[in-house]
Design a protein around this ligand. Structure first.
Ligand code: NAP
Length: 294
C-alpha cells in the first residue's frame, strides 16, 4: 500500500500514551497537530515539529483524522461534548481504554453529530508505539479503517476486528484475561517450587514450554466450543478435577496460597454436578459464559 506521510493528523490528549502516538506520527513525517488540557505537555512535541492548536475545535479542523487518547470515556465526552465543537465530517479514532458498551455508545453519539468514528484499543506500552511490537486494535466501519490504515501504520501493528464498535474493547480485556491467567499460573507454580529451593528463573524456562504446549491446544478446543460438543479425546473433566485437588492439597501442605486453584475447582465441580464430568475441559465454557457467584 502506498503510504502518504503528508497526510495531516491530530492527536488530542498528551498523557504518556498520547505523547508517544504524536511522536510516532511526527517521526513518520506526518504534519501533526496536538492539543492537551495541560498545554505544557505539548512542549517537547512542539520542539520536534508538532503544531499546538489553541482550541479543541482548531485541533479537529487541522487533521484528516483525529486520534483521541485520554484517561477514560467521560473525559472524551467532556472534551468533545461541548455544544460549539463541530464534529460534522470529522474522522475520530478513539484510542481511549473503556468498555464495549462505552465504545458503542460513543460511536452512536459521534455519528449523531455527523462524525465518522472508529474505536480502538492499544495493547502496548508507550515506548513500543511506532514499532511493530505495538498492537493497536480497531473496530467500526471497515471503509473508514481502510481509508486511514496507511496513516495508522505509523503507530504500530494496526489490526481491524470488525464493524461492531465494541470489538476492540472486548479483545482488549480478553487479552488481559489471557495475560493475567498465564502469569498467575506461573506465579502459583513458582511459589510451590520455591518451597523446595527452586528459584523463579529455573522454573520460568520449564513454565515457558508448558505455556507454549498448552497454547497449541487452543485451535482444537475452540472447534469443540464452536461445535458445542466436547468428547473426551485426551482426558475427562472429572480426571482434571482430581488433578486440581492435588494442586490444592500440595499448595496447602507447603503453605502456599490455594485460593486460585480452589476457584477453578469450584467451577469444574459445578460443571461435573451438571453432568459434564465425562466431557473434555473446554466444556467449562458453559461456566465461564454465565454470571458467577461473586
Ligand atoms: P495519562 O498519562 O494519565 O494521561 C491522561 C490524559 O488524559 C492527559 O492528556 C490528560 O490531560 C487527559 N485528560 C484526562 N481527563 C481529561 C478531561 N476531563 N479533559 C481533558 N483531558 C483529560 O494516561 P495515558 O497513559 O496517556 O493513557 C491514556 C489512555 O491510553 C488511557 O485510556 C489508557 O488506559 C490507555 N493506555 C495506556 C497505556 C500505557 O501504558 N500508558 C497502555 C494502553 C492503553 P492533562 O494532561 O491535562 O491531565
Amino acid at each position: 500500500m502506498n503510504t502518504r506521510t503528508d497526510i495531516p493528523v491530530t492527536v488530542i490528549g498528551l498523557g504518556l500514551m498520547g505523547q508517544a502516538l504524536a511522536h510516532a506520527f511526527l517521526k513518520a513525517g506526518h504534519p501533526t497537530t496536538v492539543w492537551n488540557r495541560t498545554t505544557a505537555k505539548a512542549d517537547q512535541l512542539v520542539a520536534e515539529g508538532a503544531r499546538l492548536a489553541p482550541t479543541v475545535s482548531a485541533a479537529l479542523e487541522a487533521g484528516s483524522l483525529t486520534i483521541i487518547c485520554v484517561t477514560d470515556y467521560p473525559a472524551v465526552h467532556e472534551l468533545l461534548g461541548v455544544g460549539d465543537i463541530a464534529l460534522e465530517g470529522r474522522m475520530l479514532i478513539n484510542l481511549t481504554s473503556g468498555s464495549s458498551a462505552q465504545a458503542r455508545e460513543a460511536a452512536l453519539w459521534a455519528e449523531q453529530r455527523g462524525a465518522r468514528y472508529l474505536d480502538g484499543a492499544i495493547m502496548a506500552i508507550p515506548s513500543a508505539i511506532g514499532t511493530a511490537e505495538a498492537v493497536i486494535l480497531h473496530s467500526g466501519p471497515e471503509s473508514d479503517f481502510e481509508a486511514h490504515k496507511s496513516t495508522l501504520d505509523a503507530l504500530g501493528t494496526v489490526t481491524y476486528l470488525g464493524a461492531d464498535h465494541g470489538l476492540a474493547s472486548l479483545y482488549d480485556v480478553a487479552g488481559l484475561a489471557m495475560m493475567w491467567s498465564v502469569l498467575n499460573a506461573w506465579l502459583q507454580g513458582t511459589a510451590l517450587l520455591r518451597t523446595a529451593g527452586v528459584d523463579a528463573a529455573t522454573y520460568a524456562q520449564f513454565a515457558q514450554q508448558i505455556a507454549t504446549g498448552v497454547s497449541e491446544w487452543l485451535p482444537g478446543y475452540a472447534e469443540q466450543i464452536d461445535r458445542g460438543s466436547f468428547p473426551a479425546e485426551v482426558s475427562a473433566l472429572e480426571t482434571d478435577a482430581r488433578a486440581m485437588a492435588h494442586l490444592i492439597e500440595e499448595s496447602e501442605a507447603v503453605g502456599v496460597n490455594a485460593e486460585l486453584p480452589k476457584l477453578i475447582k469450584a467451577m469444574a465441580d459445578r460443571s461435573i454436578a451438571a453432568g459434564h464430568g465425562g466431557e473434555q475441559y473446554p466444556v467449562l465454557i458453559e461456566e465461564f459464559g454465565k454470571p458467577g457467584n461473586d
